[in-house]
Design a protein around this ligand. Structure first.
Ligand code: PGA
Length: 250
């Protein structure tokens, strides 16, 4: 595990965009696993700018999104289909025919894992982390062997996501997510976190024993993970005594 601690959200996003751009330049036909949410938004913005200035092309990549709400139309501004279109697909030369979302495979979500496998697995997976330590919508106590499936969102996640909706009652309570096993099969993973509301989850994921209580802690067992944090999300992690306890090499 390689960990970068950047001074703020902009620096974190720049680091992530540079790593992704380098990767795509070297692997123009790669398969990317994509996350949504406020964390990677600026990264996508920068990737769009890199495309515009001809620093990179995404025309031959394939993409698999990590998750999507159940019951939202794809043109609903809160859907992840919409997010990806607005923030990345429409800003680059990604071929929309090569973009996939788990809800498109309803009700047989096993086909999503099969499709990922048939494409040779995900080469680079981008991940955020929930304030409860979830990855994708794999909430605490999710099985580490889980595959793509429909899940009920935890109260904590519904509360966190309410900021995107006019009324709390509009927040979907179900979603379809890649499983933890689906994510762990990715060849390389970039985990991003920013803001002090993530510091507890970051600490639990990186410094505590691997446990289903913090789904992101399973990443300690993956052989190729890059973690990019801003100072606020890294605060608890970097306190000297905890740092020494961490088994992670920086
Ligand atoms: P956020 O979500 O980027 O909107 O904070 C992260 C997540 O829940 O995985």
């Amino acid at each position: 595990m390689k960990i970068y601690i950047e001074k703020d959200y902009n620096a974190l996003s720049k680091k992530a965009a540079d790593i992704i751009t380098d990767f795509v330049k070297k692997n123009s036909k790669c398969v990317l696993g994509l996350a949504t949410g406020s964390t990677p938004q600026k990264t996508y913005d920068l990737l769009g700018k890199m495309y515009k200035t001809k620093k990179v092309s995404f025309k031959n990549i394939k993409t698999f999104n990590l998750d999507e709400y159940s019951g939202l139309a794809t043109n609903n501004p809160q859907s992840y289909h919409y997010f990806m279109k607005q923030n990345f697909f429409d800003k680059t030369d990604v071929n929309i025919k090569n973009t996939f979302f788990p809800t498109d495979f309803a009700p047989n979500y096993k086909k999503y894992d099969k499709k990922i496998k048939d494409e040779g697995e995900i080469d680079l997976q981008i991940l955020g982390i929930g304030s409860n330590g979830h990855i994708g919508f794999n909430e605490p106590n999710s099985n580490f062997f889980s595959k793509t499936r429909q899940v009920k969102l935890s109260k904590n996640t519904i509360k966190d996501n309410a900021r995107f909706f006019k009324n709390k009652k509009d927040v979907p309570i179900k979603a379809v997510t890649m499983g933890i096993n689906t994510i762990m099969r990715a060849k390389k993973i970039i985990l991003l976190a920013n803001g002090s509301n993530k510091k507890e989850a970051v600490f639990n994921a990186l410094c505590k024993k691997v446990s289903t209580k913090t789904p992101a802690s399973i990443l300690q067992n993956h052989k190729d993970v890059i973690v990019i944090l801003d100072k606020e999300s890294a605060e608890k992690f970097t306190r000297l005594n905890n740092f020494a306890k961490s088994k992670i090499k920086i």
